[in-house]
Design a protein around this ligand. Structure first.
Ligand SMILES: Nc1ncnc2c1ncn2[C@@H]1O[C@H](COP(=O)(O)OP(=O)(O)OP(=O)(O)O)[C@@H](O)[C@H]1O
Ligand SMILES: [Mg+2]
Length: 257
């Protein structure tokens, strides 16, 4: 029995919406502990993701969601001091961020990190400069027709939703296995949220595994197959997303919705 299974509330394991739960683990996070200096922030987090799944990583402000994503992407801070992270049999815990990126992890941060002074297309081309190259720019444009229309526009002048599309598109231009999204819906109108959610479903259908962190928990839960909830740096729920949507008491306790 894994650490996560011990923590998983009774009866919450087999209610996943799709068959991905029976697939082998693809990304396995085991008992990770991470620090900013002396501050102990990620306090023994474990969870598994199956290939082709969308996992919603939720929790209140300051619960440790961004820190967990940054730890998985092997950013310099927070510093990983304990635990293991395996992606498709590759030990991410032994890697630096550029190696984790080559191994197939791509973090799309909250600020979207569009490069000023470059057009949409130049932003995409830049993502393909270093190997391993992922989707072709044409394939990315097929997924995001708005970006094709605006290919010659400076990236930072796009609307918020378009900028979010560009940062997801940039990740796809790299050869990724797992997409880590930090608050992709932040500041976007509901209609744009829906448009991005549809695109994320298409990306899943094309075989990419996604972890989505969101304050808009309802939108993330509707999209996701599974949910992990963090509270003060620890996993307090690991189970089906549908069940969180239906469990008002759980939502009130850990998500304040
Ligand atoms: N660079 C840092 N140095 C020190 N402490 C930090 C740093 N970044 C985050 N923290 C602390 O780590 C804790 C977890 O922060 P984190 O950003 O991971 O939370 P979060 O769940 O993403 O929150 P939010 O929903 O507000 O984005 C918080 O208490 C935060 O103050
Ligand atoms: Mg955050």
């Amino acid at each position: 029995m894994t650490h996560v299974e011990e923590l998983r509330p009774e009866g919450k394991f087999d209610k996943n919406r799709n068959m991905a739960a029976t697939a082998p683990k693809f990304l396995s996070v085991w008992d990770i502990e991470a620090y900013y200096g002396e501050s102990y922030i990620v306090q023994g987090v474990s969870f598994d993701i199956h290939e082709g799944e969308i996992l919603a990583l939720l929790g209140r402000n300051g619960a440790g969601k961004t820190s967990t994503l940054r730890t998985i992407a092997r950013m310099d801070d927070p510093e990983l001091k304990h635990g293991e992270i395996w992606l498709d049999h590759q030990p991410l815990h032994e890697m630096r961020s550029h190696q984790a990126s080559q191994a197939g992890i791509q973090l799309v941060p909250e600020d979207r990190s569009i490069i000023p002074g470059l057009t949409v297309e130049e932003n995409l081309k830049l993502a393909q400069i270093a190997p391993p190259k992922g989707w072709s720019i044409d394939r990315v444009y097929d997924l995001f027709p708005r970006l094709r229309e605006r290919r010659n526009q400076e990236g930072v002048t796009l609307s918020g939703g378009e900028q979010q599309m560009l940062s997801i598109a940039r990740a796809l231009c790299r050869d990724i296995k797992v997409l880590l999204l930090d608050e992709p819906y932040e500041g976007l109108a509901p209609v744009i949220v829906q448009e991005i959610a549809k695109t994320l479903e298409l990306i899943r259908d094309q075989g990419i595994t996604t972890v989505i962190v969101e304050q808009n928990a309802v939108a993330a839960l509707k999209l996701a197959d599974r949910a992990v909830i963090l509270d003060i740096g620890k996993v307090v729920y690991d189970g089906s997303a549908q069940e969180v949507l239906e469990d008002e008491a759980l939502r009130a306790k850990y998500l304040a919705i």
